[in-house]
Design a protein around this ligand. Structure first.
Ligand SMILES: C[S@@+](CC[C@H](N)C(=O)[O-])C[C@H]1O[C@@H](n2cnc3c(N)ncnc32)[C@H](O)[C@@H]1O
Length: 326
């Protein structure tokens, strides 16, 4: 789909699946974090590419999905366990639309009123790369639990922004990346991919056999998150009926949020997996050593989401090269 220019656009199949993943995750994340001891200092939900808040068919966008998830969870925000919603959007008309929806949802965006409900909502116009770090600084969100959604049209974000977020001890991020953005232009020396992948060798995708190119980008982007200092990395693969792929790559920095064995992401992975009718077997053994093992080799003729989780690559040799066991 060409990048939409209007304020609202049609919700694609990829987007509907992405929202399902987000919603499942948010429904675990908010109650776990809000009931943890970390909630006392406040927790943050942030988006760098917030969008207008809804689609042409009026289905809610990610900021609204997150807000509803927080407000309706088992432990909704209170002044003693507050939640910041920090949202950046470059397009002024979309931001205006989003603010209107947030206001109708909450009754008012008056900061004093919101504080009495345990909320801060700051939706700001501008480029994610500059506005998002500024929002996180102004609201003193660094080094407190935060979930950052970086939902671009598929071109991902700069490695330097990722590294900054990963450097915050309790950060989790979900980045959208569409492999086609990088598969097609790997021979272009000016392509922005170097800025996205940082030290990771993504341009070798040009030497991969065509059926393996998207998978190569996926595995290299996971390494990018590891290089950025996200300790745990997991990805969801979304395929539409034409097998166009979109990856949601999740990273978590060091501090444990709830318990070592049951974080929101393991719970979400399990739930999504149990919803699948078929569980395809790994074709290449690539899920060895991954916890939990969720193969991405599912048939692509139907829409689906798969995920898998790994420990970070520690060997310098492995860090920049694809292999089957990390
Ligand atoms: C894929 S949409 C986001 C959809 C939203 N996350 C949702 O699920 O409802 C991407 C949004 O990012 C905005 N955008 C594009 N480039 C941006 C940038 N550099 N900084 C901030 N926002 C940007 C676009 O205007 C668009 O609204």
């Amino acid at each position: 789909m060409p990048t939409p220019s209007e304020v609202l656009w049609d919700r694609e199949l990829h987007t509907a699946a992405k929202h399902k993943v987000y919603e499942t995750y948010f429904n675990a994340w908010f109650p776990i974090l809000l009931q943890s001891r970390y909630a006392r200092g406040g927790i943050t939900y942030a988006e760098g590419f917030a969008g207008p808040g809804e689609y042409a068919d009026r289905s809610p966008g990610s900021p609204l999905i997150a807000l509803r998830s927080a407000l309706q969870c088992a432990a909704p925000p209170t002044p003693r366990r507050p939640v910041n919603f920090l949202l950046a959007e470059r397009d002024g008309n979309r931001l205006y639309h989003l603010r209107g929806l947030l206001e109708s949802e909450l009754g008012s965006l008056d900061p004093t009123y919101l504080r009495s409900r345990g909320l801060t909502v700051d939706a700001r116009e501008g480029d994610c790369e500059t506005v998002l770090p500024r929002l996180l600084s102004e609201h003193q969100a660094w080094h407190k639990p935060m979930l950052v959604i970086l939902d671009t049209w598929g071109a991902a974000v700069s490695f330097s922004l990722l590294r900054r977020i990963a450097g915050s001890k309790s950060a989790e991020a979900i980045v959208t990346i569409q492999p086609q953005h990088f598969v097609r232009f790997a021979t272009d020396p000016e392509h922005f991919g170097d800025n996205i992948f940082g030290p990771v060798l993504w341009r070798d995708v040009q030497h991969q056999a065509t059926p393996h190119k998207a998978e190569y980008i996926r595995s290299q982007y996971r390494r990018t998150l590891n290089e950025a200092a996200f300790r745990y990395v997991l990805d969801f693969q979304l395929a539409d009926e034409k097998s166009n792929l979109l990856y949601l790559v999740y990273g978590k920095s060091t501090r444990t949020t709830a318990s070592a064995t049951e974080t929101p992401v393991t719970r979400t992975s399990r739930r999504l997996q149990s919803n699948r009718r078929h569980r395809p077997q790994p074709s290449d053994g690539s899920s060895r050593n991954m916890l939990p093992a969720y193969p991405t080799s599912a048939p692509q003729s139907r829409r689906y989401a798969t995920s898998r989780c790994s420990r970070p690559c520690t060997s310098p040799a492995r860090r920049l090269r694809p292999s089957n066991d990390c």
